[in-house]
Design a protein around this ligand. Structure first.
Ligand SMILES: NC(=O)C[C@H](N)C(=O)O
Length: 461
């Protein structure tokens, strides 16, 4: 504790104070003033330091010199913790110092007393961490990441920092961002005889990663179970409220797995566990985000009940039997539309795993069902409100079967070689981390659950 205090320069964070301080304790805090009330005997500051959505009241005698202090001012205060008449802890300050003026009137876009729309708040990305529900979202995001890391660590998964720059496009779709130096001089300087000039830095075409899966597979062949929680990129001209050009993907690769039901069980257990952990650690922020998003907080209905698994054919039957309910038609080569995904969840009244997909709808690396090679051991997890949350599969670990594929992508000799030196059965999944945050908070636009959203026509800051 001493060490922590010294790191923070002797100041305590409000979250720690409201959770652990006792009346009578002397301490110092720093933060931003959110509101000032000047009453007969005392002046009351509502102090916020970003560590919690709870405001901490600082009380100073009326005769103190506070003419330089206004809403938005940065202050430090030292004093004694006491219990306020409402039962909450407050600081009776003997010493208050102004660290910086707030100046929040001169062109400041947010009025402390006004509610601003998410679209408006998003226009001021660099200032929006000062808006209460964005701060709550970002704290929740941190807790959710921590919950994932703690969960995986407990299960002895090894975290792998998969590369952001890659030469493969994993999913095989043409949706990648190319990367090359901006400097024409540098490219020229590095030119080699047989390499196109724009590739002369790496001697290869290089992309921003769309998925860390192949790198995880390589590591899993030596380390056993691995995972990553890294940025992934998709160059799609898609303005939907559930897509980003840069997002975080939580991917795991499990060794010695031979059954798709083991994978669905793993995912269901994991999502329930990390969600419960977030509820334990961040209930205030979670409820606040839910209220802001949907008007009222909600319980998460899928935490206790079992989830459903449907084969692709069973899922199609449900859609076809209800086809008058959809604007979109079921297209055999394209999987389900968003409204069909959401309908399936509503129909089953539970999250739904769709398994046993037609091979022609899925990437080449998925393991063929041996009794029916037209099908692959793949899964999509459909959740209420967001539709697809996870995609996963067992991986084809038979080198010969991979080599025989008519559309095997070029340049993946290394991927085949993994199988050549021992075709370990593996399987795994990817979960869009921001989509998960949308799922538990109800936040409609994915741009509000990531600090700096990147999407078509927008890469600010
Ligand atoms: N790791 C995974 O299975 C995720 C999958 N490659 C995807 O991008 O959806």
């Amino acid at each position: 504790m001493l060490l922590i205090k010294r790191f923070c320069g002797g100041f305590q964070r409000i979250n720690a104070i409201t959770k652990g301080s006792k009346p009578g304790e002397r301490l110092s805090v720093q933060g931003w003033i959110q509101n000032i009330r000047r009453l007969k005997k005392n002046i009351f500051f509502d102090l916020n330091d970003g560590s919690t959505m709870r405001k901490f009241q600082v009380v100073i005698p009326k005769n103190s010199d506070t003419k330089d202090i206004g809403v938005g001012s940065n202050i430090s205060a030292t004093g004694c913790v006491q219990t306020a008449p409402n039962g909450q802890l407050e600081l009776h300050a003997e010493h208050v110092e102004v660290i910086a003026d707030g100046n929040i009137t001169e062109g400041y876009p947010f009025s402390p007393k006004q509610q601003h729309s998410p679209e408006y708040v998003r226009e001021h990305l660099h200032l929006r961490s000062r808006v209460d529900y964005i701060a709550a979202q970002l704290r929740l995001r941190h807790r959710a990441m921590k919950a994932i890391h703690d969960y995986m660590d407990k299960l002895d998964f090894i975290q792998i920092n998969t590369p952001v720059l890659t030469t493969n496009d994993c999913e095989g779709a043409g949706e990648v961002f190319r990367v090359q130096p901006d400097s024409a001089d540098l490219l020229k300087e590095m030119t080699r005889p047989s390499i196109p000039i724009e590739q002369s830095y790496f001697d290869n075409k290089v992309f921003l990663s769309v998925s860390g899966q192949f790198h995880l597979e390589a590591m899993t062949y030596g380390l056993g179970n691995t995972y990553t929680l890294n940025p992934a990129f998709r160059a799609e001209n898609c303005k939907s409220p559930i897509h980003l050009s840069e997002f975080y993907m939580y991917e795991a690769e499990i060794a010695f797995i031979t059954n798709i039901s083991s994978l669905t069980e793993f995912i269901e257990k994991m999502i329930k566990a990390i969600t419960s952990r977030i509820i334990e650690s961040s209930l205030d922020d979670l409820k606040f985000c839910q209220e802001k998003a949907l008007g009222s907080a909600f319980d998460i209905p899928w935490l206790e009940s079992p989830w459903i698994t449907l084969s692709y054919d069973e899922a199609c039957d449900i859609i076809l039997a209800n086809k008058e309910k959809f604007k979109t038609e079921l297209k055999p080569a394209e999987g389900f539309s968003k409204e069909q995904e959401l309908y399936m969840v509503e129909y089953c009244q539970a999250p739904v795993f769709v398994v046993e997909w037609p091979a022609n709808q899925k990437p080449f690396y998925m393991k063929a069902v041996r009794s029916n090679p037209e099908r692959v051991h793949a899964l999509d997890l459909l959740m209420p409100g967001v539709g697809e949350l996870c995609g996963g599969s067992l991986r084809e670990n038979d080198e010969e079967r991979l080599r025989a594929l008519p559309h095997l992508p070029q340049g993946l000799e290394w991927y085949l070689e993994l199988r050549k030196y021992g075709g370990t059965p593996t399987g795994g999944f990817g979960m869009g981390f921001e989509r998960y945050l949308q799922l538990i908070t109800g936040v409609k636009n994915i741009r509000d659950v990531i600090p700096f959203p990147r999407y078509p026509h927008s890469c600010k800051l």
